[in-house]
Design a protein around this ligand. Structure first.
Ligand code: FES
Ligand SMILES: [Fe+2]
Length: 448
């Protein structure tokens, strides 16, 4: 049911008492003994705990999503927000609520950097002040109260910055009229992609954005989990090591710091790393194919908690190969990459939705699920989530119930797999372009 608040402080109680083995193996298909992934866990891992916190810096969209004259709307933990570029070319993230009579800015416009409400035309300047009060009020009506009124009509904002084409907001759940009133406890600089152990200049990247109608926290769990890669995505991911039919054995090492958890999977039967996964709370995951400085490709995934049962992920796929723009165009590389990504996320979708439902219904109780040694990273993540959820209670800031109007949820889902419009467009364009690439040379040969 849309709008129903389902997050509870005890939602993760099922993970409290699971036991984790030091060395375990898992058959991804019990009927096929060859289909086995084995991971040894390092018993000497440090016991540092991640700093708590579901509030703080989130990458909420990519710069390419922001159109010059149009507010970009989204939600965070049910709170409607918009981002636009002001007349000083600064990014502004404001609560999507006009302080005149409470309309949304959706359908409004940005003119010469001023945000204009679609209801009565109130216009707001860089600092959130109304610059055309005469448009919405008459001095003789408000009379001697005019100045008081003018000081109250002001936008509520969050700190909003752009780094490496990512747009970040410092989300606290309490927007303010004066940005100087925010106390930023966590420096944004730590989130620069060039701090992640690879030279960003050596890589090109493709980006896809995906939307899911499911619990935000479950998507993060999925992206921390390598076990399912072989089984769910084994036929889609173009990597010989990720295959349903291959026996793959790894040693797993987990490093737990205050700012991140890192899980490294090394091949048992050959040298080097298979994959490395980092979780940087609250919403970022980095997946390296091999050691960071040598990785052929690296994925950065940012998870955005839109509303109950709705979440968005920005996926950037950095690669060392196919960097030449002309070649990538000729071989339709971007469209092909998008097709693979949309397929991968569609493969996860039903699992995530049904898993969300099972959790909401209380079916995932501690006696009904058993985490394995391979799930250690997942367990640490839920440990962090549980304590952060108790501390910050982000879903209790703007709780909804079954009667709450779902207007924002209804327009939120713009991207696959929840909305497959872009996926269809991509497939169509791919088919047309492949046909053209085949027909043009045939046509030339025929003419000659
Ligand atoms: S509600 Fe925005 S101008 Fe009236
Ligand atoms: Fe997946």
């Amino acid at each position: 049911m849309q709008g129903k608040i389902v997050m509870k402080d005890d939602r993760l109680a099922q993970f409290n008492k699971v036991s984790i083995g030091k060395e375990t193996s898992l058959n991804s298909n019990t009927s096929d003994r060859n289909n086995k992934l084995t991971i040894d866990n390092n018993p000497k891992e440090p016991s540092n705990q991640l700093k708590k916190g579901l509030l703080g810096w989130y990458a909420v969209c990519s710069k390419s999503e922001i159109k010059k004259d149009e507010p970009y709307s989204f939600t965070m933990y049910n709170e409607p927000l918009i981002i636009y570029i002001d007349k000083n070319q600064n990014l502004r993230c404001v609560k999507d609520l006009c302080p005149h009579r409470g309309a949304s800015f959706i359908g409004g416009e940005v003119k010469e950097g001023n945000l204009i409400c679609p209801y009565h035309g109130a216009q707001f300047g860089s600092n959130g002040e109304c610059t055309n009060l005469s448009r919405i009020t008459c001095n003789h009506i408000v009379d001697d109260n005019y100045n008081n009124y003018a000081s109250k009509i002001h936008l509520y904002q969050y700190v909003c910055k752009e780094i490496s084409d990512y747009i970040y907001i410092y989300y606290t759940g309490k927007a303010k009229t004066n940005l100087n009133d925010f106390e930023i406890k966590d420096p944004l600089e730590r989130r620069f992609p060039d701090k992640y152990g690879f030279n960003i200049e050596d890589y090109a990247y493709e980006e896809v954005i995906v939307d899911f109608k499911c619990d935000w926290a479950r998507i993060i769990e999925n992206h921390l989990d390598i076990l399912h890669l072989f089984w769910v995505h084994g036929d889609t991911i173009p990597d010989n090591d990720v295959n349903r039919k291959v026996i793959t054995s790894f040693n797993q090492q987990i490093k737990r710091g205050k700012d991140e958890i890192e899980s490294i999977y090394k091949y048992k039967d050959k040298r080097g790393e298979f994959i490395r996964i980092k979780f940087l709370p609250p919403g970022r995951i980095i997946i390296y194919k091999g050691e960071p400085e040598k990785s052929r490709y690296i994925q950065i995934l940012d998870h955005i908690p839109l509303s109950n049962n709705q979440a968005r992920v920005i996926v950037r796929h950095y690669r060392k190969f196919m960097k030449n723009k002309l070649l990538t165009n000729i071989f339709l590389f971007k469209k092909l990459q998008h097709r693979v990504f949309y397929k991968v996320f569609a493969e996860d979708y039903m699992i995530l939705r049904t898993q969300t439902y099972n959790n909401q219904m209380g079916f995932i109780e501690k006696d009904n699920v058993k985490l394995l040694g391979e799930d250690k990273m997942v367990q640490y993540y839920w440990d962090w989530f549980k304590s952060s959820n108790i501390e910050d209670k982000p879903w209790e800031l703007y709780p909804t119930d079954s009667d709450t109007n779902t207007v924002h949820q209804d327009i939120a889902m713009k991207y696959p797999p929840a909305n497959n419009k872009l996926q269809k467009q991509n497939s169509k364009s791919l088919a047309i372009n492949i046909a053209l690439r085949l027909l043009v040379p045939i046509g030339i040969i025929l003419i000659l």
